[in-house]
Design a protein around this ligand. Structure first.
Ligand SMILES: [Ca+2]
Ligand SMILES: [Ca+2]
Length: 202
């Protein structure tokens, strides 16, 4: 009897081992998302920025880089309908049109993130493409803060020397956005648009 039990136990052990070996050999492949590559043991090798068994979770970047800012529309007139520059002499010439520059601000900390020297003089077409390319990408770690692009008219001989034309809030990131390399943002007034060229650091 004792021998029989040992034999049966041994058989059971062998059977169990075999069946577990079988299931290892035939693992069930899973679909790897977001560019992930299936591995031999039915796992996933995820692309940069993704994690999880099937690469379905997005990893928050350590920084978002702004490589280029392009304004594609702006308010041609002040809210009251006046030209941005409206001295009598201005009104007789193209000087009445705004002299545009931008400033990128962290509205939460009030830190200036980018303040290019370039400005565009007397821009008469509100659908002009105004490009601002920083010498190095603008690195933003606190992208959940209130990041704002302010658009100004520069008034050289006036006090104050600037007029705020419009501002655009830049919601640079949410955790299912799949890391766009180009994002378009619109101001609350709907009169200003900006296209940002973006990249990501992890
Ligand atoms: Ca002005
Ligand atoms: Ca002007």
């Amino acid at each position: 009897m004792r021998n029989l039990i040992i034999t049966l136990s041994l058989l059971l052990f062998i059977t169990t081992s075999c069946s577990s070996d079988d299931s290892d050999d035939a693992c069930t492949p899973i679909e790897c998302l977001n560019g992930g590559i299936e591995t031999v043991d039915c796992g996933c090798d995820c692309s940069e920025g993704y994690a999880g068994s099937d690469c379905s979770s997005q990893i928050d970047p350590s920084a978002i880089l702004i490589n280029k800012i392009t304004i594609t529309s702006f308010p041609l007139l002040k809210p009251n309908g006046d030209y941005w520059d409206n001295s009598l002499l201005d009104l007789l010439s193209d000087d009445k049109y705004p002299d545009i520059y931008v400033q990128l601000i962290n509205g939460t900390t009030l830190e200036t993130l980018y303040f290019p020297v370039i400005n565009y003089i007397n821009v008469e077409d509100s659908l002009s493409e105004l490009e601002f390319t920083p010498s190095e990408p603008i690195s933003i770690q606190d992208y959940d803060d209130n990041i704002v692009l302010a658009i100004f008219d520069y008034d050289e001989d006036e006090d104050p020397v600037t007029e705020l034309m419009d501002s655009i809030e830049l919601d640079l990131y949410f955790n299912t956005n799949n890391f766009p390399v180009e994002s378009i943002f619109v101001s609350e007034s709907f009169l200003s648009n900006v296209i940002l060229e973006l990249s990501y650091e992890f």
